[in-house]
Design a protein around this ligand. Structure first.
Ligand code: FES
Length: 174
């Protein structure tokens, strides 16, 4: 009888141990899977950080060319003469845009007097002081605005993202 009870106790103890090990094992496996799985619910793309220049070195209303998020995407940064939406820097007046027209991809150029981007192909006009808003012309979308970050310690302006779809792409990151 004593022998039977202890056998029962032994079986109970063994079952509990196996269950506990199984739970820990399952938990560890789930944790490992979480670490290796891509974040399918993420809403932001893994944009690179690209140096645009120093705020001090930028002249007001003078475009600074750079490429973002890759070499095939021409952009310009502009130091406006007053703060602008999305602007960074000590005065919040540095903005940047893709220069590929949202209509058919012609490169727009900055008109200093009118403070607008103008497209030479079908004459669309975009406002850099207003998030690249389409003012008139064939385009129906704004110019994609480049998200900028400013580091006051180093006076550096860095491109960190894009608002809007760059012309000709299905995704801003190829
Ligand atoms: Fe710019 Fe048509 S490509 S208006």
């Amino acid at each position: 009888m004593d022998n039977q009870v202890s056998r029962r106790a032994f079986l109970k103890a063994t079952t509990a141990t196996v269950a506990a090990v199984g739970t820990v094992g399952t938990h560890a496996t789930a944790e490992a899977a979480t670490k290796t799985k891509p974040n399918l619910g993420a809403t932001t793309l893994p944009y690179p950080s690209t140096a645009v220049g120093k705020s001090r070195g930028m002249k007001v209303l003078t475009p600074v060319s750079f490429n973002y998020p890759d070499a095939a995407s021409p952009c310009v940064a502009l130091k406006m003469d007053s703060a602008a939406p999305g602007g960074v820097g000590p005065e919040g007046n540095i903005v940047a845009y893709s220069i590929l027209c949202s209509h058919m991809g012609c490169p727009v150029s900055f008109d200093t007097d009118a403070k607008t981007f103008k497209c030479p192909c079908h004459y669309s006009i975009f406002d850099p002081e207003n998030n690249g808003q389409m003012v008139c012309g064939h385009a129906t979308e704004n110019l994609p605005q480049i998200d900028l970050k400013y580091d006051a310690k180093t006076d550096s302006v860095t491109a960190v993202g894009v608002n809007g779809l760059i012309y000709g792409r299905q995704s801003n990151l190829l």
